[in-house]
Design a protein around this ligand. Structure first.
Ligand SMILES: Nc1ncnc2c1ncn2[C@@H]1O[C@H](COP(=O)(O)OP(=O)(O)OP(=O)(O)O)[C@@H](O)[C@H]1O
Ligand SMILES: [Mg+2]
Length: 239
């Protein structure tokens, strides 16, 4: 698989604090990757540098072989980098359909193709039956899936998801895992998922990168990570 994203020696200092320290990382096209680590390890800072919300102190970010280290947020979104925050950024007083429509309108999709694209997106995130509902009336899980749909409608190829299952029921969490695996399989999307829910991570069956004190502590399969003594002592032992 070709590398979609390559990170070289990324460092972020906030005054005296080193939030990311010489992080190198690669993600293939069509790859799902989990990022775990203790609170304050630098996980959110890491994906904020990929989305452009935080400017690195040093290091490089390459997306499809292009150096995007200094590219502003909206231009990164346009080339396929979609960021989901913990609190969904959806319009409560519009319908599910209209929320997706707004995202499609921001793409070059010709007007005759828009409706089909909206419906296809709603199908992908299993919200077609909720199409006419006001977003304010959706369940917590459905709102999160809508936001993933908005990223898809905006033609994201790389999804950056910060704790997507926070606050979800066990059933919603399970459905979210299925949704992400399906998207990667059917659309060949790539995703970086920050999570604390160990059962969810295990079920994703994706490679895991462990961050600790701003550095990559170890990378590997979940089974490898779970057995790793260092990971157990800094994170899993008290998870
Ligand atoms: N804008 C900022 N200004 C100053 N310090 C910051 C800023 N953003 C993050 N930090 C600090 O950088 C470190 C890494 O924070 P970050 O939010 O990336 O961690 P995290 O791994 O996402 O943690 P959590 O699991 O709690 O979400 C922390 O010590 C945090 O306080
Ligand atoms: Mg965080």
């Amino acid at each position: 698989m070709a590398e979609l994203l390559v990170i070289e020696g990324l460092t972020k200092r906030f005054r005296g604090l080193v939030a990311n320290n010489d992080v190198s990382f690669a993600l293939a096209a069509g790859e799902l990757r989990c990022i775990i680590g203790p609170n304050g390890a630098g996980k959110t800072t890491f994906i904020s540098m990929i989305s452009g919300h935080v400017v690195p102190t040093s290091g490089r970010i390459l997306f499809k072989s292009r150096d995007i280290t200094k590219l502003p947020v909206h231009l990164r979104a346009r080339i396929g980098i979609g960021r989901k925050f913990q609190t969904p950024t959806v319009f409560d007083n519009l319908s599910v359909y209209e929320n997706i429509e707004l995202a499609v309108l921001a793409t070059p999709t010709p007007s005759r193709g828009r409706h089909a694209r909206i419906m296809r997106t709603l199908d992908l995130v299993r919200l077609a039956e909720q199409s006419d509902r006001m977003v304010g009336a959706l369940a917590h899980g459905q709102r999160q899936w809508l936001e993933i749909g908005i990223l898809l409608a905006g033609e994201a190829q790389l999804l950056l998801l910060d704790e997507p299952t926070a606050g979800m029921t066990a059933e919603e969490t399970h459905s979210t895992g299925e949704l992400l695996r399906r998207l990667v399989r059917e659309l060949e999307l790539s995703a970086i998922i920050i999570e604390h829910d160990i059962n969810f991570i295990r079920d994703l069956k994706a490679p895991v990168t462990v961050l600790h004190l701003g550095r990559v502590l170890v990378e590997g399969s979940f089974a490898d990570i779970e057995r790793n003594e260092q990971v157990r002592s800094v994170y899993l032992g008290n998870a």
